[in-house]
Structures are given as C-alpha cells and as structure tokens.
Design a protein around this ligand. Structure first.
Ligand code: PLP
Length: 440
C-alpha cells in the first residue's frame, strides 16, 4: 500500500519545505467530503485549493469525462473538437461576451500569461506596460510571479514590464483612507496615476474579488478601475481564476457590478471544471477578438482545448446551472459571513471579516484589535494557528490558513448542516487561540 512517507520520498510538493511535507493520502470523496486511506473523513472547508467548487466527484462531470474518453481523448488545436467549441460558446454566453473568443490553457498561470500576450497584441504594444497590484496572486510560473504581488514569490516584474499598484486593502489602507469606499476609490485613482507616469500601457490585470492574499477590494474599486482603464484605452483583464464559477456569488465576480464592471478579457481555471481535470481559459471581448483577427497569434499549447478537459468544463457549467449553485453560493455565503461577523464580536483576536458575496470569506487575526497589530508578521503563520488547523483535522474538518488569514471557501454543494457544524467548530477552536495568544 502507498503511504504518506512513500510519497514524500518520490514527489516534490508545492509551497513547502520538502522535508516538512507530511499528509495523509486521499483516496476518495463525495460532495463536500473526502477521505483518506485509513477511512478517516474530512469536511473540506477550502475546496482543496479553492477549486473544487462542485464538490468532489460530481457525478455529471465524472460521467462526461468517461463518455468523452471512450469517444476521443485528444485532438490538437489544428483540428476542431466538439467539446471545445461547446465550452467556448457556453463561456461566451454566461459572461455576455457575444462575438468574443476563448483561448484554452492548462491552468491559471498560463491563462494570465496568454491574456497578457493577447492584450498586448490587441493594443499593438508587444512589450506594453502591465499594471497589477500588491497582495495579488496570478500563478507560480516566472511570468505568473512577475505579475503577482505575493510574499511567497517576491519577483521583480520589470523584465516583463510589470508595475505593481498599491492594494485596495481597506483594513490597512496604504493611502490612510478614512473608510473602505474612499480607500477603493483612492487605490483605483492610483492605478491611473501609475499609467500616466509610465506612458502607454497595454493592460491592467487584477483579481476582482476572492484571492489567495485575502484582500477583497471595497465595492468602489472595480468599477473605478474600469473607468480609469477606459479613459486611457488600456485593456482590463479580470483574473477570475479563484473568484469565478460561483465562488463570489456570480458566474464571474465582476458581474456583481453589472456592465460598469465588465472587463475586456478574463482568465479562468479552478472552478472551470471544478478541478475534475486541469483547464484554464482566456475569454476575450468582441472588440479584442476583432483587434487581433488579422494578426498572427504566436502562441500554442499542445493540450490547448483538450477534449477531455473541455468535456469536463461543459458538464461543470451545466452542473452549476442545473443545481442552482451560483445562487446557492450567494445565499449561503451571505449567511456564512453573517455568522462569522457574529462570532467575531466575542473574539478580539479577529480584527476583520471580509467577503461573503458567495462562499468565500476571510478572517484576519490580530494581536490587538485597537492598533490592528497583526498576530504575526505577514506572511508568517502563528504556531497557535497551525495547531488550530491540526485540531480541526483531528475533528474531521479541513480549514485553510495563510499567514494571519483563515480562508473559508467550501464547495458550493456543502450541506447547510455541515457548514453550520464547521463554523461551530471554528468558533470553539478560535476561542482557544484567542486565550492562548491574547492572554499574555
Ligand atoms: N490566479 C489566481 C487568482 C489564483 O488564485 C491562482 C491559483 O491559486 C492562479 C491564478 C494560478 O492558477 P494555477 O495554479 O492553475 O496556475
């Protein structure tokens, strides 16, 4: 039998010191639950990597993969493939990008790289400036790191002509704004100032809502960034890799702002197949598609629009729709956020509660609520918080923690009773962390 120790001996794992990697082997799952080789079950409060939006082993998606596998596993992009065309049509429909086009990738990082390439091609600026922001994550490839403003992958983006704007981080507003709305407006204006100072820019690339760094922009931000980019003729790319497919209560998070939030391009991955198979996409508007229609698009991926992955994507889109999961996420996300806010009142260790537009919310922990002093310096995680995650696992619930943030992003199919029990457990565990960290 394969054991965890065996896997550490043979596999290089992500985001860890290799010697420290230690984890049970997951052998099965259903809905919001998965289980390991010993039969121990875990309620998944982070959709593994905020990607299993449909839960584990959604039957419709599993069947679609099997059916496509029996018919035709692979067709290159030099030939047409029915699931590829169908998925592109569905994405253009759900996003209202009529007349647009979709370029398929293998995941989120390469979707962002390709989006940058396409935006530059459309703008006729092959090396044009790209503005992204601090406290963002766009992938771990070299270009993904250059685009990201992430403490794990500090990278000088200048080789890719990337500049980073200050984050619309209202709880610790870099502009010292008096309220969240002003912080959002000020941060958006700053994007315009950066573009004006640097000369012609090709694109602004940002997460419109949920992200690994736990910064959720105030409502004033995204539409203001849209205005700033329209005024300057710069393409706006929404990185919807995490925020899409119901995670923030809409098909795509920008839709919460209606047409005032519509980007020129958006990048997708994770929820696109609910992580049943690896797939990413760049969805481009009709105007961008027109601008590049007569130009050579010097790009290609062997597995671009892989039929198996696209068949999973088609089934996933149908599942979100038939199971009413986008609305469900909005409804349960609102309730989850309300419960978290109520919980926070009695837990001084919680400095801020963010999110709740869908099933994505963040607790930010502090040493002192009045001064907002972080529980530990970013991006370190306090040992008490690491212990809390271990206790959660021992009680059968898997919570995700990053630095001082607890990130709650369960599958959109989670049973209401399971969600309530997980939040009860979180309250009990956090009360202990509160005592351990704030009483001395
Ligand atoms: N963009 C965002 C917003 C993400 O959250 C992630 C992954 O977490 C990525 C891009 C990178 O996606 P991938 O890991 O599929 O390359």
């Amino acid at each position: 039998m394969i054991t965890a120790a065996d896997e550490r001996d043979s596999v290089l794992h992500s985001w860890c010191v290799q010697r420290d990697w230690r984890a049970p082997t997951v052998v099965g799952g259903a809905g919001a639950w998965f289980w390991d080789e010993t039969g121990r079950r875990y309620l998944d409060m982070s959709s593994l990597s905020e990607c299993c939006n449909l839960g584990h082993q959604h039957p419709r998606v599993v069947d679609a993969i099997a059916e496509q596998a029996r018919r035709m596993c692979f067709v290159t992009a030099a030939w047409g493939a029915e699931p590829r065309r169908r998925l592109a049509e569905l994405l253009l429909e759900r996003s209202g990008f009529a007349g647009g086009r979709v370029f398929f990738t293998l995941g989120g990082a390469d979707a962002n790289e390709q989006a940058v390439k396409i935006a530059r091609l459309a703008r006729g600026l092959p090396d044009g400036l790209i503005v992204t922001r601090d406290r963002s994550y766009h992938g771990a490839s070299y270009a993904g790191m250059a685009l990201s403003g992430d403490a794990r992958t500090p990278a000088d983006g200048r080789w890719l002509n990337v500049v980073h704007a200050e984050a619309p981080y209202a709880y610790r507003c870099p502009f010292g704004s008096p309220d969240a709305s002003t912080c959002g407006e000020r941060a958006a204006a700053h994007v315009g100032e950066l573009i004006d100072a640097a000369g012609p820019a090709a694109a602004v690339l940002m997460e419109p809502d949920a992200g690994t760094n736990g910064v959720i922009a105030p409502d004033s931000y995204w539409p203001a960034v849209r205005r700033v980019t329209v005024e300057r003729g710069v393409a706006l790319i929404a990185d919807e890799v995490m925020s899409g497919f119901g995670r923030c209560g809409e098909w795509f998070a920008w839709q919460r702002h209606g047409e005032a939030g519509r980007p020129d391009l958006m990048t997708l991955a994770k929820g696109l197949t609910g992580a049943h198979l690896p797939l990413g996409a760049v969805v481009v508007s009709a105007a961008v598609a027109d601008a590049i229609d007569d130009k050579m698009f010097a790009s290609g991926l062997t597995y671009c629009g892989h039929p198996l992955c696209c068949a999973a994507g088609v089934a996933a889109v149908e599942a979100y729709e038939r199971d009413g999961l986008i609305e469900r996420s909005r409804r349960l996300g609102g309730r989850m956020a309300a419960r978290l806010r109520a919980m926070a009142r009695d837990l001084p260790i919680v400095g801020d509660v963010r999110g709740g537009h869908g099933l994505f919310a963040v607790f930010e922990l502090v040493r002192d609520r009045a001064t907002r002093a972080p529980l530990s310096p970013w991006p370190q995680t306090h040992p008490a918080l690491t212990a809390m995650v271990a206790e959660g696992l021992a009680e059968g619930v898997s919570f995700a923690v990053r630095g001082n943030l607890i990130i709650l992003a369960p599958p959109l199919v989670i049973e209401e009773q399971d969600l309530a029990s997980a939040l009860d457990l979180l309250e009990r565990l956090l009360a202990k962390v509160n005592v351990a960290c704030l009483s001395n």
